[in-house]
Design a protein around this ligand. Structure first.
Ligand code: ADP
Length: 381
């Protein structure tokens, strides 16, 4: 053993010159060799100054943490497993730098050293400070995330400016024609066109504000147990009148007398109106819309089904994305901007629910809003 250790120490004296820390521990988890690099990592001036330090002391000095932030003890470190004859793969662990108190990173690898008869004599661990590499990796990830944020922002600004530019240029030309024209009827028509564009911009601004409020968690939801049938009837009645202009029939169909869920009436009303208005906008003259309620398992369901233009299978996965408009919708000038459904989705999720859509081109679309039933529902605090 002495001879083995002697030749090992001769080799290790060469290792004293390298930057990686080296430590050898015997079967009783006692330090039998340590190099200067590891002494410096542990806050000592040299290996000699650590002569009487136990491995347990050294370990607690370095405060090595595992992936779950638990401080590791001697028997949990790679060196101990190497004593059991295992070659331990490199582990990257956090530690507390004893000199600066800052959290750094260590890469630890341990290997058993066997005697001629195959017995484990001691274990050697190589310890590298990889803090700089880890910091660089973290900065690279941050940089990529920042780049992604900038990209999203750029796309958002370009979508938004496009959506403002269209009504603004119509507004401009309407005002110009109003000034040029002396015929009061024509002036009236241009004024109506201008007013329509102002409404469109107001809607866009309102939706942008609502998105910002939801993103910043600035909307206070006030949940109350509500019978959705009673809640929906007046809304449906209102839209029956509006849809008359397009000769679209709007019906209400409740599966049960009562369908109770916890809702914030203002926000839920906003979301539902958006779905019904879409159904009217994307359903041609003579179509039908059915607003329904039902219950299934632990859910209260509100559905809005139309016999409209439908959504293609390639557009369907994207319709809840901000500013997304399906091609068909673009050709039907509804004045929409593709923000409505992203807001509806957020509102439904704030209620602890989810929204699903089924659609077929030229057959129709059905949106179903699933809300947790009252019995099992806990309103978010
Ligand atoms: P928009 O203001 O354009 O209607 P939304 O976010 O409300 O924006 O809807 C996104 C897209 O989903 C619409 O542009 C349209 O393509 C599609 N869509 C939504 N509802 C319907 C529907 N009932 N029928 C057909 N397409 C719909």
């Amino acid at each position: 053993m002495r001879r083995l250790l002697g030749s090992f120490e001769r080799s290790l004296s060469l290792l004293n010159a390298i930057a990686d820390g080296v430590i050898a521990q015997d079967n009783n988890d006692q330090i039998i060799y340590i190099n200067d690099a590891l002494a410096h990592m542990s806050g000592y001036c040299s290996a000699e100054a650590m002569m009487n330090i136990s491995l347990a002391e050294l370990t607690s000095r370095l405060k090595i943490l595992d992936e779950q932030d638990q401080e590791l003890t001697v028997t949990q470190l790679p060196g101990h497993f190497a004593l059991l004859g295992q070659e331990v793969p490199e582990r990257e662990l956090r530690y507390s730098n004893p000199k600066t108190g800052e959290v750094g990173w260590l890469a630890l690898k341990a290997q058993p050293v066997f005697s001629a008869d195959g017995e484990v004599q001691f274990a050697v661990s190589i310890i590298r400070d990889i803090t700089q590499r880890k910091q660089l990796e973290a900065r690279t990830i941050e940089l990529l995330a920042e780049r992604e944020r900038v990209k999203v922002l750029q796309r958002f600004v370009s979508d938004m400016s496009h959506d403002f530019r269209t009504p603004l240029s119509i507004l401009n030309s309407s005002l110009y024609l109003m000034q040029k024209n002396i015929d009061p009827d024509r002036q009236q028509a241009h004024a109506a066109k201008a007013a329509h564009q102002i409404k469109r911009m107001e809607k866009l601004l309102g939706e942008l504000l609502q998105i910002a409020r939801l993103d910043e968690n600035n909307v206070r939801f006030d949940f109350n147990e509500t019978d959705l049938n009673t809640f929906l009837v007046p809304i449906v009645r209102e839209y029956q009148q509006i849809a008359l202009e397009k000769q679209i029939e709007v019906a209400f169909a409740a599966e049960n007398d009562k369908c109770v869920a916890r809702i914030d009436s203002t926000e839920f009303d906003h979301g539902l109106r958006n779905l019904i208005e879409n159904a009217i906008a994307y359903t041609p003259k003579g179509g039908h819309i059915t607003v329904g309620t039902s219950t299934q398992n632990d859910c209260a369901i509100v559905s809005i089904e139309d016999t409209g233009i439908g959504i293609s299978t390639c557009d369907l996965p994207h319709i809840f994305e901000r500013f997304y408009r399906a091609d068909q919708a673009r050709s039907t000038d509804t004045g929409g901007n593709g923000l409505g459904l992203s807001i509806v989705k957020r509102i439904v999720e704030e209620h602890g629910g989810n929204i699903e859509v089924k659609s077929e081109i030229n057959v129709g679309t059905k949106f179903s809003v699933y809300l947790p039933s009252v019995l099992s529902y806990n309103a978010p605090i």
